[in-house]
Design a protein around this ligand. Structure first.
Ligand SMILES: *Cc1c(COP(=O)(O)O)cnc(C)c1O
Length: 406
């Protein structure tokens, strides 16, 4: 039986949560009645937008003329090993603002506007989500408030400057460890002061329902385009599709285009950091345990008392102890494979792609490149790996130069 192709209401069953927001046993709602009512309002508004031709037309217009979609698929001939599989890149790095995050930020801000909200609010760690959101808010004339730890503010200067220039209200958070976790708490407190006028924008397929399915829906354009483009180029389907996994949004966006083709192997690549035998990694699906974190059930890296572990990756966008519920479900069902790449492999891949193709990838995306470099030689020349280049490496160049002492 082809379980990947089974559908309910025209949706792929494994990527369609039940009424409470569970993908299998993963994900789910927040029970607190006040928050549940707010989430239900978002869920209803989103469903209306999905069925609204005017909303869809505006989204499509912005994707095409503002983001620059469709992003191309490129056959990386120089990177492909002789006698091994051919490597193809889905170029999300060419989007306006340089990564896939703009796809769901535009969707979320359009939705917030539809709901009559005045303000969009979020936390950011390295600033990638903050910049994409501030961009969408500038475009769509919406107030934007971003909470960011003071430690991260000091580290991520270019993104902090971008957010300021784009006109967002940047709230420095100095409590606790002054990093992402505290920014989440601070943003949530601010949200609960005026939820009627505010939309909370989550930056991946994480958090309580309806966020995982909503962000997935806005990112599914990646897989939809990639399948059509790859088929036009080659006359067939890729042997494997691969993407890096932080919260899991760019990966699920790509996977969703191939889920009904069981001959295509789906591969997610997690950050193995300094090694899976150390504590300095963020390989959630590889080594995490089930539990509830940040309002949803997922595999996450945890301490003995269930607290989320401090995690590490050279790619700050992958530095998250949990992962989207869809990926937990795909893993349990054996429908996708999850592997990992170390910091060192990632640096090597970053340089290899830069020097062989003239494309400098984001360190996040370089994890997927590292996988393709490792995997392609084991495959045959009539096979192929289509990998998602989720972002460009401009933000990482100083760090790479300093670390590799170039
Ligand atoms: C944020 C980010 C990621 C990780 O997020 P996902 O939700 O796992 O896609 C990956 N690549 C880039 C370039 C990012 O900015």
């Amino acid at each position: 039986m082809n379980i990947r192709a089974e559908t309910t209401d025209g949706q792929l069953a494994v990527l369609a949560p039940d009424a409470k927001g569970f993908f299998g046993e993963w994900g789910g709602p927040i029970e607190d009645p006040r928050i549940a009512a707010l989430l239900a309002e978002i869920s209803d508004a989103f469903d209306k937008c999905v069925d609204d031709p005017q909303f869809q037309a505006e989204l499509m217009m912005l994707r095409k003329h503002y983001v620059g979609r469709p992003s191309p698929v490129y056959h990386a001939r120089n990177l492909s090993p002789e006698g091994g599989a051919q490597i193809y890149l889905k170029r999300e790095d060419l989007n306006h603002t340089g990564a896939h995050k703009i796809n769901h930020c535009i969707g979320e801000v359009l939705l917030a506007k539809r709901m009559g909200k005045k303000r969009v609010l979020a936390e950011t760690g390295a600033g990638q989500h903050g910049v994409a959101l501030a961009t969408a808010c500038a475009l769509l004339d919406m107030e934007c408030e971003i909470h960011m730890g003071t430690v991260d503010i000091a580290k991520e200067h270019p993104n902090v400057s971008r957010m300021k220039i784009l006109g967002c209200d940047l709230v420095p958070v100095s409590m606790g460890t002054a990093t992402l976790k505290d920014a989440v708490d601070s943003a949530f407190i601010s949200y609960m002061k005026d939820p009627e006028n505010t939309f909370f924008a989550i930056g991946s397929v994480t958090g309580p329902a309806p966020y995982p399915r909503m962000v997935q829906s806005f990112q599914s354009i990646i897989g939809k385009e990639a399948r059509q483009q790859f088929t036009e180029m080659t006359g067939g389907l890729p042997t494997e599709v691969a993407a890096c996994v932080g919260g899991g949004s760019n990966a699920i966006g790509l996977f969703s285009g191939f889920l009904d083709a069981p001959e295509v192997q789906l591969v997610g690549i997690e950050p193995a950091g300094k090694g899976l035998d150390t504590k300095e990694h963020a390989a959630t699906l590889t080594l995490g345990k089930p539990g509830v974190m940040h309002g949803f059930r997922c595999y996450y890296l945890q301490e003995e008392d269930g607290e989320p572990s401090p995690v590490h990756s050279i790619a700050s966008g992958l530095d998250y102890p949990g992962v989207g519920p869809q990926h937990c479900h795909l893993k349990d069902m054996g429908l996708a494979r999850y592997e990992s790449a170390t910091d060192q492999e990632t640096f090597d891949a970053f340089m290899a792609l830069s020097r062989s193709e003239g494309i400098i990838p984001a360190l996040e995306s370089a994890h997927a490149v590292a996988y393709a470099i490792r995997q392609a030689p084991k495959m045959s020349p009539d096979q192929s790996i289509l990998l998602n280049l989720s972002g460009r490496g401009d933000k990482d160049i100083d760090f790479v130069i300093d670390t590799l002492k170039l």
